[in-house]
Design a protein around this ligand. Structure first.
Ligand code: NAP
Length: 328
């Protein structure tokens, strides 16, 4: 593909939101050692993508401008770099691209073999692209709360906040696959939808009961997969079982301090900050779950690359039901 160009969407500095995205024609990248070049079929937008643009992770991300954002993609291998034996041209895959390099909002992208997995024909590009960050985080948060996804699972109660979002919609389904009793929070419009994903009890987060997170059946939570912000420890604490843990995927500085202090005090009820550590074997597990029809990617909306800024704006509004997909 040397010398060829492709359509891509990038930004040139911090801030500006969707309006700062630019449509450009840039060279197709080349795969290096242990990398593959993908023809991207679909990409999914995660809140971290626009948080990076806002400067929240400066100066680490992005390391330089201009930056082609988005890491979660599905596509077809076009070319393999030196040393690649597990993939060949024509293979359909799901990949999480290197966060430092981004590259997902483009017709072609370079992916590391270490975070690329085969995508069987049963898994569409949109379904696959939804998985890496959102389902990967849901899986790791449930595991951090004690779920094991094998026969050793003990019955336990989990609360999943923002169950209608990208992470939450996978978390509800995975929690049920792990045999947990699920209480979930979402807005009124999504109650039936979240029940259809398998939640046993659903709280509307805007009602008085939803605000205090009290389980309708009086259950105490052994773990919480906390996918939103603005809920104090004092709200969680009375609803937790004796050693209940809040797995916080959007921890504030206050949460980090509280987590540290509780650890020092050997407190049994705790808040545990979680940052996704992407793992190939977990991506494979998730793709297999979708292939077997045991897990689904709920698609909020799909946009062509030519309207990527609309997808970006939709994610920034914070009201997606499932995943926002851009198709190339
Ligand atoms: N630590 C990590 O590694 C990691 C990984 C992935 C994501 N995250 C973070 O986790 C958060 C969730 O990500 P996401 O992809 O799931 O976001 P998302 O898809 O944008 O979430 C949107 C959903 O959240 C619901 N929601 C918003 N506030 C709520 C509340 N107070 N109670 C209940 N539901 C609420 C919305 O419902 P309504 O429209 O009805 O309001 C909407 O359906 C983001 O802040 C993201 O950055 C962290």
């Amino acid at each position: 593909m040397a010398g060829k160009t492709m359509r891509a969407v990038l930004y040139e500095g911090y801030g500006g939101g969707a309006a700062a995205l630019k449509h450009v024609e840039i060279p197709v990248p080349s795969p290096k050692k242990n990398e593959v070049l993908l023809k991207v079929e679909a990409a999914s937008i995660n809140p971290v993508d626009w948080k990076i643009q806002s400067g929240m992770l400066r100066p680490i991300l992005p390391p330089k401008f201009p930056f082609v954002p988005v890491t979660d993609v599905a596509g077809e291998v076009i070319e393999v770099g030196p040393g690649v034996q597990d993939f060949k041209a024509g293979d359909k895959v799901v990949s999480m691209l290197n966060s430092l390099k981004g590259g997902g909002l483009a017709e072609y992208a370079v992916a590391s073999v270490g975070l690329t997995v085969d995508r069987p024909p049963e898994v569409s590009a949109a379904e696959g692209a939804g998985l890496p960050i959102a389902a990967g985080t849901a899986l790791q948060a449930l595991k951090a709360g004690g779920a094991t996804f094998d026969d050793t699972n003990k019955p336990s109660n989990v609360l999943i906040t923002a169950a209608s979002g990208g992470v939450g919609s996978y978390a509800v389904q995975l929690a049920k696959l792990a045999g947990l009793h699920v209480t979930a929070t979402c807005g009124a419009r999504n109650i039936d939808f979240v029940k259809s994903l398998g939640a046993d009890e659903v709280l509307d987060y805007k009602t008085p009961e939803g605000k205090i997170l009290k389980s309708p059946s009086g259950k105490k939570y052994d773990s919480v997969v906390h996918c939103t912000v603005g809920i104090d420890w004092s709200t969680f604490e009375p609803n937790l079982s004796a050693s209940g843990k809040v797995i916080d995927i959007t921890p504030s500085p206050g949460t980090m301090v509280s987590s540290f202090v509780k650890k020092l005090m050997w407190a049994k009820k705790r808040v545990v900050p979680l940052l996704l550590i992407p793992k190939k074997e977990e991506f494979k597990f998730l793709v297999d779950m979708v292939k077997d029809g045991r897990l689904k990617t709920v698609v909020d909306s799909k946009y062509p690359l030519s309207k990527a800024e609309e997808a970006w704006a939709k994610s920034m509004e914070g009201h997606a039901t499932g995943k926002i997909i851009v198709e190339m």
